[in-house]
Write a protein that binds this ligand. Structure first.
Ligand code: T1G
Length: 699
């Protein structure tokens, strides 16, 4: 039962009860329909109120039902709304907390609406690659006007009920309750006050016109072209709303329905719906219950005031958490403090931060050269040079000064967290917190679980990550964790493609057409080519079997580290970031091919994209087999939030599923036949091969 029925005097009350947000799943829709029928049949009932239990009126259609067939099963939301409109007694929607998507459409089908202040009103469907599919594009313009409706539906933005209630001429709410607490009583009173009104008012009967329709919709379409990017839904929202101004209500609903079904099947909508669920699943750790007690984090200590340390510190300052930041030399400490000030001042200049907020944040920051000053911290984050010996020494110091129960985290991007933990007497309090540069901007935070990391430490850090607005993805310990381990294969393929015939700009353009903001060589020039160089040198010792193109090393041997040296894979004019194809680099690559005896070939864009993306997929499958990531949607979240994988593709693992894993394996088998490639790498991971053979997708 997902809707409760009760009678208060002459008013029947139907309460949606499908936690956590009263998603309008089949059982809930059936519960509403049954309640309406019951109220209609009861002569003592003169009016009906619909409201929601818990922390929402309704968050809309049950997204978990999409693709299961249940979302289209009768009673559909549209037929429930039709039953409301055809009811012989007034139906009042009592809105509180959240009224979104199908929940707002349900309310728009009612004869009257009363809203509590603070209720979040939105049509967020566009963020799922959809549009309101139960009459929302036809009814909302009729109660708030075409332009306000179009802005709401195309943006998917949330607006508070009191803001709408104050809009002159709005007909969305017949009444605002004095408070959330008084909503129920005021809804009952409203119901009784309209019990005898006939004919019952219907939103569908209101007029819907725009005085300058052609010009307005043309202007809107031009505006949307830029912001919609690869997503078709925003423009289709405009089509549906325009239909509301030009056609009868029933015809307009047909137009909306057709567009909804069209969008439901687009890969872009499937990707966005996948990521909606992936983002909510990412914080769940199978063996760490959601109610695991957490340690209190009142103060943080950051060791290392370099680019990463300063950026890390800013995350906590922004969340109002005091930070002590330590360096070993005064000038390094001063430099780190100056960088943070510069970052905040830039935000103040852009209007992203007020002067007062800047001052408040800096007041929470205490620089020090003395480890003893860190003794009260509840969480330590080490962000020093990426060299095991240096990190081990730091952790020994932290172990000596930290109080019992303090959490010790390393920001290492690839090193063995278990080995770092072994330098302390408290391995259960040690884990990795791998931030991505710039640490105060990038959303991704890889939380690296050591063999002995305690469950309450994980629960504490995952919750803290959410508090500092990060997407926390749990990783086990391996070289490169999730993101960088996969990136290694992506970059290797990019290098092989140069050996075989591509220029850096051809590879970058192919990946940017696929949807990445920047291709691998532009990214490398931005981050610094010397970072990869150091990792390859370390790997050459530890994993000699790993084959690489030597072009990247030759580039670094020339000191071409990228933007920071004014030259890398590309040339750069002083003070500019525009990547200019470099004749010197092209000659370096040509000479290297001659050295290897390689005759360059023309390589199609499709092969470039497949070799780089399928390299991510195959390594991702190995990562799942090794238990480094617990679910494939976590890998997608890593690549979407930390590596610029295009949103409309849903992440590497989702994208592979969309293409069909069988097709991915087929392509890999072709790559394995290329003598210049790495045949061993292209052997499909057993998990990938198994799923492909079974015609399945990743979990
Ligand atoms: N369906 C199913 N589950 C939902 C849901 C939904 N619509 N919305 C949230 N959840 C789950 C979510 O997965 C998580 O589950 C829990 O609720 C808390 O979510 C016909 C077709 C409502 C503002 O797009 O914006 O209606 O992880 O962490 O921060 O035209 O959830 O606990 O198991 O986000 O308090 C349109 C999406 C659907 C609303 C609450 N509606 N949801 O935020 O909690 S399509 C949406 C949200 C539609 C109609 C069309 C937010 C929220 P779990 P949360 P929150």
């Amino acid at each position: 039962m997902s809707a409760e029925y009760a009678v208060h005097g002459p008013v029947a009350v139907i309460t949606l009860a499908n936690p956590p947000v009263n998603g309008l799943g089949l059982a809930t829709r059936q519960g509403i329909a049954d309640g309406l029928a019951r109220a209609q049949a009861d002569a003592a009932v003169t009016a009906i109120v619909i409201t929601g239990a818990g922390s929402a009126f309704s968050g809309g259609a049950d997204i978990k039902e999409f693709g299961t067939g249940k979302s289209l099963q009768e009673p559909s939301l549209s037929s429930v709304i039709a039953a409301i409109e055809n009811a012989s007694k007034p139906v009042i929607a009592a809105l509180h907390s959240v009224a979104m998507g199908g929940g707002l459409e349900l309310a728009l089908g009612c004869h009257y609406r009363i809203a509590a202040p603070g209720c979040s009103i939105a049509f967020p469907e566009v963020r799922l690659g959809l549009l309101p599919g139960a009459g929302g594009t036809q009814r909302l313009p009729r109660v708030v006007g075409v332009e306000a409706a179009l802005n709401t539906i195309v943006s998917g933005e949330t607006v508070k009920s009191e803001f709408i209630g104050a809009m002159p001429g709005q007909k969305l709410f017949d009444k605002m309750s004095a408070s959330a607490e008084s909503l129920a009583a005021e809804a009952l009173a409203l119901a009784q006050s309209v019990a005898s009104v006939r004919p019952l008012p219907l939103v569908r009967n209101l007029p819907c016109k725009h005085p300058a329709g052609d010009a307005y919709f043309q202007f809107t379409r031009n505006m949307i072209k830029g912001m919609a990017g690869k997503f078709p839904a925003p423009a289709r929202c405009v089509d549906a709303i325009e239909a509301a101004t030009r056609r009868s209500f029933d015809d307009g609903v047909q137009v909306e329905r057709a567009i909804f079904i069209e969008l439901m099947w687009t890969p872009e909508s499937r990707a966005l719906r996948h990521l909606f669920m992936a983002e909510r699943a990412v914080s769940k750790i199978a063996d760490v219950p959601a109610d695991t007690p957490r340690r209190e984090i009142r103060a943080v200590a950051v060791v290392g005031a370099g680019t990463m340390g300063g950026g890390i510190a800013m995350n906590f300052l922004n969340a109002g958490i005091p930070v002590k930041i330590l360096e070993t030399r005064q000038e390094a400490l001063d430099r780190g403090m100056a960088t943070m000030r510069k970052n905040y001042e830039a935000q103040v200049k852009k209007g992203k931060l007020t002067q007062e907020q800047y001052t408040q944040r800096m007041a929470l920051l205490s620089p020090t050269l003395d480890y003893a000053d860190l003794k009260d911290a509840d969480l330590f984050i080490e962000a020093v040079f990426e060299e095991m010996g240096v990190k081990e020494a730091v952790f020994r110091q932290l172990d000596a000064v930290a109080k019992p129960g303090a959490i010790l985290a390393s920001n290492t991007s690839t090193l063995d967290v278990d080995r770092i933990a072994a330098c302390t007497r408290r391995p259960q309090d040690v884990l990795g917190m791998h931030f991505f540069s710039p640490a105060n901007v990038m959303k991704l935070l890889e939380v690296v679980r050591g063999k002995q990391t305690a469950k309450d430490v994980l629960a504490t850090v995952m919750a803290l990550g959410k508090r500092i607005k990060k997407t926390c993805v749990l990783s086990r310990v391996c070289d490169g964790f999730i993101g960088n381990r996969m990136l290694e294969q992506y970059v290797r393929q990019a290098g092989f493609l140069l050996d075989e015939g591509c220029t850096p700009q051809q590879v970058d353009q192919a990946m940017e057409s696929f949807g990445f903001a920047m291709g691998p060589f532009r990214v490398s020039d931005l981050a610094g080519n010397d970072i990869g160089w150091a990792i390859r040198k370390r790997r050459a010792v530890e994993r000699a079997e790993m084959k690489y193109s030597r072009t990247a090393d030759k580039l670094c041997e020339l000191g071409r580290f990228g933007q920071k040296t004014g030259a890398g894979w590309y040339d750069y004019q002083a003070g500019k970031r525009d990547a200019i194809p470099s004749a010197l680099v092209e000659k370096l690559i040509e000479d290297h091919r001659k050295e290897l005896g390689i005759t360059p070939r023309r390589i199609a864009e499709e092969e470039i994209v497949q070799r780089l993306v399928f390299a991510l997929v195959n390594e991702g499958a190995h990562i799942l087999e090794d238990g480094i990531a617990s679910k494939s949607s976590d890998i997608d979240m890593v690549y979407i939030t930390g590596y610029g994988f295009p949103l409309h593709r849903g992440g590497p693992m989702h994208y592979a599923g969309e293409l069909g894993l069988f097709n991915v394996v087929q392509a890999m088998e072709r790559f394995a036949k290329n003598p210049l490639d790495d045949a061993a790498f292209w052997k499909p991971a057993p998990l990938l091969a198994k799923l492909a053979a079974q015609g399945k997708v990743f979990d």
